[in-house]
Design a protein around this ligand. Structure first.
Ligand code: ADP
Ligand code: MG
Length: 303
């Protein structure tokens, strides 16, 4: 189990994280979400022991994670970290980068392992290409494969799919997170993309104003968003009578007391997002079809 016990940290005098507490069981997946600058990357670096805590303690099982002040070499064998700025060896091939930390003692096993990892990140046909020739997204996939090479007990991922295009993202997420679950690897992901979080995370924590403001399952937080920040992570929403109402909760009906005037339609694929005026306030709701401008519609709010 990972235990984060009342940690605080700041760069110089600026507090970034204050009194952070959470736990992650072995094999579980936790997401860290929060606005840009809320301290997600900082928290991952602290979990990795890259910086010294101002207060508190971090444990993985019985081992205390210590920063550079107490630890000559940063990092631990049981933990791997893929930073937002992944650093690879540009002048050697994809396969060589992935196998960099694998033992040469059993060359056949090593090659089989590299092949398996190339398959997970869908880079088999790039095995012998030098990394400097790859796109940003391909490099990110090499960094992910390299982190898995010597299977860690716990994996820290900072915005792991940020450079990867949508063609590859969906299948890569499935490959990676299913692999981690199957191999009982604990995973902590910093992300601002709900697609990384909702289908795969057991728990998500929300950072805001130096603190954890929510710590629950994605499903619970989706259904009970306590703050606009949390709701905004999941999608378009409205504040109506001080209540958070998602755009998909509002439906057009034949008759109701709630009347709005349509202002604009946005095509979203499976539906249109409709911008409308409700008693002087702008609201958004989803509808299968576009609705013409200035049309009056009757709405109901579904629970
Ligand atoms: P996030 O990953 O959520 O976007 P970060 O952890 O990168 O947030 O940054 C949190 C805050 O700490 C930001 O205000 C950022 O400017 C600041 N920060 C990050 N790294 C450093 C650093 N090395 N020195 C000083 N301030 C930093
Ligand atoms: Mg970051």
């Amino acid at each position: 189990m990972l235990q984060v016990k009342d940690i605080s940290f700041g760069y110089l005098k600026n507090p970034i994280l204050q009194n952070i507490n959470f736990e992650v069981n072995s094999g579980e997946h936790l997401s860290i979400i929060g606005e840009s600058g809320s301290g997600k990357s900082t928290l991952l670096k602290l979990l990795y022991g890259e910086m010294d805590l101002n207060e508190g303690q971090i444990f993985w099982k019985d081992t205390e994670i210590l920063g550079p002040k107490h630890n000559l070499v940063v990092g631990y064998d049981f933990m791997k970290y893929v930073a937002q700025e992944f650093d690879l060896m540009p002048f050697i091939t994809v396969a060589e980068n992935i196998g960099k930390h694998l033992s040469n003692f059993y060359p056949e096993e090593k090659q089989a392992r590299i092949k398996e990892l190339l398959d997970i990140v869908e880079l088999t046909e790039f095995a012998n290409i030098k990394v400097k020739l790859l796109s940003g997204g391909q490099k990110q996939r090499v960094a992910l494969a390299r982190a898995l090479a010597n299977e860690p007990e716990i994996l820290l991922l900072d915005e792991p799919f940020s450079h990867i295009d949508n063609f590859k993202k969906q299948s890569l997420r499935r490959n990676l997170f299913n692999y981690l679950k199957d191999h009982h690897i604990t995973c902590i992901v910093a992300s601002h993309d709900k697609e990384d979080v909702l289908p795969y995370s057991d728990t998500m924590i929300v950072l805001d104003n130096h603190k954890i403001v929510a710590n629950h399952t994605p499903k619970y937080l989706f259904e009970n968003p306590e703050t606009p920040l949390i709701a905004s992570f999941f999608g378009e929403f409205n504040m109506i009578d001080d209540q958070i109402i998602y755009a998909h909760q509002i439906q057009v009906v034949e008759h109701s007391k709630l009347k709005a005037t349509v202002k604009k339609c946005y095509f979203k694929g499976p539906y249109f997002l409709i911008e409308a005026n409700l008693e002087g306030a702008t609201i958004f709701f989803e509808n299968k079809d576009c609705i013409e401008e200035n049309k009056k519609v009757s709405l109901v709010i579904k629970p």
